[in-house]
Design a protein around this ligand. Structure first.
Ligand code: IPE
Ligand code: IPE
Ligand code: MG
Length: 235
């Protein structure tokens, strides 16, 4: 068996709304089923040997949605972080978040902080949840952090390298090897642009609630067929 497993996988969990609409259900039911799918998928992804899984749960731009949908999602996050994701600790998974805290409600921040705290000593794989995340905002925030360090003479301009940039993003992670976006849309919608400079992309047609463990295995097979060159010669 080809054991070329990507170290860092990103999943843009898209299509919850359409999944529900096609079943004559409210969009919110799509989000609920999305959480169920994510729980099953998470264990499977780590079992396959992936070291870091980043998932796009809510973009900064998603605040443009109807208030009732945003509210539902915020409540769903709180419920999921308190009640649904504790199994991660049993699997030695460390949970981290990427994104801006502002303007997330205090209840959401509290549930995030608790999950992070509960899993902070875990030594296994990393589960990075991108919540109120925007890739361009992440770059702006990184530039501000580094500028302050330069202004305060902690750093010189020449100290700014790709590694320094990477360590001043929301989280310091290895580069993304593989990015999967479900639902058939072929765009990244502001998901981890710096980290995905050399990522392979994969766009399965299924909506996220239907993205099963089997679908993930198919995705990995596809990844293993790719010839990654990183600008060098082809193999
Ligand atoms: C992804 O599903 C979940 C979030 C963005 C929170 P969507 O809600 O975008 O579902 P579609 O794309 O409208 O079907
Ligand atoms: C991207 O999906 C964000 C998440 C999956 C959380 P969207 O549904 O918000 O993206 P667009 O609007 O189709 O680009
Ligand atoms: Mg969508």
């Amino acid at each position: 068996m080809n054991e070329n497993i990507p170290v860092h996988v990103g999943i843009i969990m898209d299509g919850n709304g359409r999944w529900a609409t096609e079943r004559n259900l409210p969009r919110t039911m799509g989000h609920k089923n999305g959480v169920k799918t994510l729980k099953k998928l998470c264990s499977h992804v780590f079992k396959r040997g992936v070291k870091v899984l980043s998932v796009y749960a809510f973009s900064t731009e998603n605040f443009k949605r109807e208030t009732s949908e945003v509210q539902f999602l915020m409540d769903l996050f709180v419920d999921s972080f308190y009640n649904e994701f504790l199994f991660l600790k049993e699997n030695n998974v460390k949970v981290i978040f990427s994104g801006r805290r502002e303007p997330l409600p205090a209840s959401v921040l509290k549930s995030m902080d608790k999950l992070v705290d509960e899993t902070k000593d875990m030594t296994g794989p990393i589960f990075n949840i991108c919540l109120n995340y925007g890739g361009q905002d992440e770059i702006v925030d990184m530039v501000k952090k580094i500028s302050l360090l330069v202004k305060d003479d902690v750093l010189q301009i020449d100290d700014i390298t790709k590694d320094l940039v990477n360590s001043n993003l929301y989280q310091e992670l290895p580069p993304l090897d593989f990015v999967i976006r479900t639902s058939g849309e072929q765009r990244i919608s502001n998901f981890m642009p710096y980290q995905s400079a050399y990522a392979e992309y994969y766009f399965p047609k299924v909506y996220f609630p239907d993205f099963s463990e089997k679908e993930f295995d198919i995705a990995i097979e596809e990844f293993q067929k790719r010839n990654r060159r990183f600008g060098g010669n082809s193999k």
